[in-house]
Design a protein around this ligand. Sequence first.
Ligand code: ZN
Length: 274
Amino acid sequence: MGTMKIVAVAMSVIMMLVDIPVGALGNPRSSYGLGSACYLSGKNLLYSLYVNTTESSWGKEEKEEVLSKLEIACEYIEDCAEQYHTKVELVYDWQENRNLTGNARVKFPICDQYDFVDKLDEEIALWVESKVDYEGLMEEYDAEGIALLVFVNNPVSSYAIVYDGIDNPKESVILEGEETPAAYAHEILHVFGAHDLYKDAEYTKEVTDYVKKAYPLEIMYTVADERGRKYDDKIVNVVSPITAYHLGWIDYTEEIDIFPQLKRKQKNERGKGL
Ligand SMILES: [Zn+2]
């Protein structure tokens, strides 16, 4: 009881500082920016939105293929959490839960040859208001958090729209249908706080060299195996203590003493990650 009161007081202080109404999604409840996919613990929802473009569309079988890869990714994440003594349940199966999926269409191509990101981000900003009822679904499923998965059936680089403390806290992940389950898991982990640990992304070479040596199969470092092979039917990567710490599964790992830059970021410091 006493702890809850302290938390409540601390939260109201934080909310006054950032001027966000009580109960709104994305209240920064810790030292790092948290959006609609806050902590990767307990029950969290993943809403699948299938996007048709001027160049590509989704058929029933293709959607089901994506769902089976999503299943591998979600079971993997749940298993990894368990290794860190955290209970995670990801609710993603839209065949069981019909209100966890939908369709959308855009009037431009989504492919790497075309500069679509700003346009798509604008569409997503509308969809998270008009197509997906974040608050209603969280209430209905009694869930801790929610993220939107935007599936595109064309070769593009997947990315995550992570709440940085300023923009809309309704978080989403853009996934190419052809990507592997490991890539799905990598992007999904981003919205729950995981950071890129590969070279030239978020950290110095010192850090990425260390990760390469200490955890060569870390999922935020690579989505392939040690020989560069990728798999459609399994995930061979690991969640190292560094990512477990970023996800909030553990509160400390010795690496943050060696590399202070790995400490969980302050609010407003998180951004988009590929
Ligand atoms: Zn990434």
